[in-house]
Ligand binder design. Sequence first.
Ligand code: ATP
Ligand code: MG
Length: 452
Amino acid sequence: MALVTKAIKGTKDVLPKDVHKNQYIEATCLDTADKYGYKEIRTPVFEHTELFQRGVGDTTDVVQKEMYTFDDKGGRSITLRPEGTAGAVRSYLENGLCNETLPQKVCYLTSCYRYEKPQAGRLREFHQFGVECFGTASPLADAEIIALAKSVFDSLEIKDLNLEINSIGCPECRAEYHKALKEYFYGRKDELCATCQDRLERNPMRILDCKSPICSEIAKDAPVVIDYLCDECKEHFEKVQNYLKAQNIEYTINPKIVRGLDYYTKTVFEFVSNSIGAQGTVCGGGRYDGLVDELGGQKTPSLGFGMGLERLMLLMEAQNAPFPDAGVPDLFIAALGEKATLKAVEIAKDMRSEGFSAVMDLNQRSIRAQMKYADKLGSKFNIVIGDNEVETGIAKLKNMTSGEETEIALETFVSGFYNTSLSQQLSDLEINGEEFDFGSLFGLNNNSDNEE
Ligand code: ATP
Ligand code: MG
């Protein structure tokens, strides 16, 4: 029984009273992406396990420990996506986007699954806003996606988020760096955790990302990748910085950022906050020039980022960032008796066709109870229709903010509602402390006789 009534560990419901906050964040992400020319792509929640093994990299924590992998009934190994990039690349290749004009710029809002220890900001099902830009080696693109992420944070009025950038070079310069890293860590091999001893052979940069206190202490004095960049990678990194400066985007260079996924090359970056505890990285991304060919395409320099939406929400709540109010019905129609109810159904339908929201009490309780219900819903306007209103064809529209009441003919209710609500809302509006000028709204100039 307990299993039926409990959500799976590390998952979270979003309730109707809160969902407008998620919708606001999601709409801001998509609107911002649109401003930069990134179009939404939707890919399946599961893929062949091999896609992630090859794409994310089988020396990563994600692939080694965190994936939700199972055999389906046909005996295929399937994995719930732990991140969005691999699926986007697969789709880009499979659907021939790679044959269209490059770069191809896509974005997504997506759920991700990782078997991790649940804690604040770390879930087993979480959500990401991500972008991918396929087919450009230009540092302009690196600066563009960083600016896009920054622009999402700015639109949401998030403060005190530090942008940290680094370059981890290309396979050529990284070979030199790996050599130096191996030499350094071999000197202290016995002190490293078992996983890192294994990493030392297969992918020594991973050690820099280890969360064990001893390994991270040892990693503090390790050689830094920036000192090993080849001329091309150095120049690329400098240009990225120039393009960030041109947009007044502040950043710090953090030579310790290597990112948790194997596919990155050159630029890597994180947006980090101090306001939400240990899981402070709200967005991580970078360039992955080798991934598309690793997954069977032509060599295609590309890049992207993933932004954790639950962490973003935690951050906004911690900072008291503004959210829009939850939506409330434009009109609540209370009805008593069958005739009145029929009229209410008709009016509700007409209101909705004209783009208003209209709600009535499906349980047809007493008028008193219906008014209580309307109060809970927070409707902007209410009307009550009973036998009397049906007979006279007139009802009182009540503005629930001002208490003002206006008689409206039921026959032409929607236009009556429209005029009343518009004029009442406009008269509430004060622009620069002055009464709103109706004339200007309709292109009339009321003040013309005051001049000349
Ligand atoms: P972390 O350092 O927290 O382990 P990561 O390096 O694994 O993050 P990415 O794979 O780059 O993260 O994912 C991008 C973003 O997705 C992260 O910056 C974070 O905001 C979010 N994220 C990653 N894992 C989780 C999780 N388990 N729960 C909630 N959000 C997550
Ligand atoms: Mg992780």
